[in-house]
Design a protein around this ligand. Structure first.
Ligand code: BG6
Ligand code: MG
Length: 221
């Protein structure tokens, strides 16, 4: 890749620590359902849509046949209400270290920036962090037919910017997200535990976003 045309970011766990809020809200719902929900299991939900996450929790508790689809919608809404409550404490300063600087650096270098998050709450989170304007495009997760690990959402993030996927970089904290980036033929940057990110296939790994600079990305691709 000679010139980077666009960098496509995941949100939860890459731009801000909302991954932890998702964990807390799912764990509370799982407890109410009598399902033993661990941090390890939570990893499998990262990058996965709300309703698919619920389905996985129900399977974990052997409850997959217990609820009608309206009841599942109600359970997912209950989790989301608690999650949105937790989001209310989020402030501008909660953005991960170095992320705003990185996005500004990309923009100064004429590299486009888009968001490819599975979250329907992404617009309100970007607003709370006051960074909506820094994105050239935010993909609506409902506009793609297949969620992560399928590459669709990253490809949509590139297409909207007129960028060639092979000249795009994707930044993710989830195994499903890294797979989506790889299948989109983009360069995968992983944020998180090196062994896990390496296993997922990330080609550049940072444990802390403060270390992620344009210079490091350019030297790694
Ligand atoms: C992803 C998170 O970014 O968004 C998942 O990693 C979450 O944990 C998914 O389930 C959907 O989020 P929301 O806000 O639409 O429930
Ligand atoms: Mg994430």
């Amino acid at each position: 890749m000679k010139k980077i045309e666009a960098v496509i970011f995941d949100l939860d766990g890459v731009i801000v620590d909302t991954a932890h809020f998702h964990f807390l809200a799912w764990r509370n719902l799982a407890r109410e359902l009598g399902v033993d929900f661990t941090l390890e299991f939570n990893e499998k939900l990262k990058g996965i849509s709300r309703i698919e996450s619920l389905e996985k929790i129900l399977v974990l508790g052997n409850l997959q046949d217990k609820y009608f689809s309206e009841e599942k919608e109600a359970l997912a809404a209950k989790k989301n209400n608690e999650y949105v409550e937790l989001l209310k404490d989020m402030k501008e300063c909660d953005i991960y270290l170095g992320i705003k600087e990185l996005i500004n650096e990309l923009r100064e270098n004429n590299i486009k920036v888009s968001l490819a998050s599975a979250s329907k709450n992404a617009p309100i989170i970007l607003e709370a962090l006051r960074i909506t304007e820094l994105f050239d495009y935010v993909v609506d997760p409902d506009s793609v037919s297949k969620g992560k690990p399928a590459p669709d959402i990253f490809l949509a993030g590139a297409k909207a910017l007129g960028a060639n996927p092979e000249k795009c970089v994707g930044v993710e904290d989830a195994e499903a997200g890294i797979k989506a980036i790889l299948d989109a033929n983009m360069f995968p940057v992983g944020v998180g535990t090196p062994s896990e990110m390496q296993k997922a296939g990330a080609k550049l790994i940072v444990t802390n976003t403060k270390d992620l600079t344009l210079d490091l990305i350019v030297r790694s691709i």
